[in-house]
Design a protein around this ligand. Sequence first.
Ligand code: ATR
Length: 283
Amino acid sequence: MMATTKKSEKFAVFGHPIGHSKSPVIHQQFAKQFGLDIQYDAVDVASGEFENAVNDFARAGGKGLNITVPYKLEAWLLADTRSERAELAGAVNTLKFATDSIGSHDELKIFGDNTDGFGLVTDIVNNCQFDIKNKKVLVLGAGGAVRGVLAPLLDCQPQLLVLANRTVSKAEALVEIFSSKGNIKATGFDGLADQHFDLVINGTAASLKGEVPPLPGTIFTTNALAYDLMYSAKPTAFMVWAKYHGATKQVDGLGMLVEQAAESFYIWCGKRPDTGPVIKLLR
Ligand code: ATR
């Protein structure tokens, strides 16, 4: 009898730049929990090469991809079918491949999902032990990152979700899209005076420059959670600001990163990893 060697399944994250990605470590840790042998690479995809790179990866036997900046919209466009949450998010961070045999040839089918919002909500609810139901939530920013998390946040039934953005028209456009999912309102930062929130989520790109949006220092209720979608080795500028202005707890987006990865892993492998030890390891 011929000896068969079991080939490891292939996954990757595509983005540009990609050097900093923690996804390979996270997914290898998940695979280890189930005794699975996987290959997971971080691939820097040059501008204009995304579609070819995805097709080449899938045709070479790749099972699934994570997609990060700046390709989440291209991934959304490329997917043949999408989950409802990806549809609403307008962005895809997870691709899963299958082949349909049609006549004499195999046709590649690409499924797109978005696990970012699920990752955020799971981190807030499970890891931070914060129940969003009936709470007043403020989300800062109205770009792609924020659009990706609004539906899962509204599914938790906050009493009110205020979306504040420098360019108010962008917040208003998102409110149009999501108003059927819950009580959501748009404002500029200057409309936040005299308002208080139990949960404040920073999804602005200001964090990348170490800046904080111009917010009144009175926005937190007692027992408020301040959450930055960005993560870094040190507390972010928003977390430092939130602590100074009385938020009880300040959290960065590392937990969200691991939780969104766990959901992608589940989509590909049908197994739910234990995220706690992986978050601990990365800290
Ligand atoms: P991402 O994919 O990270 O969401 P994006 O779609 O470019 O990136 O959105 C960036 C968000 O950060 C926007 O809401 C942007 O505000 P505008 O819509 O007014 O541009 C916000 N942002 C960026 N720099 C900011 C700053 N210095 N202060 C406040 N908001 C800022």
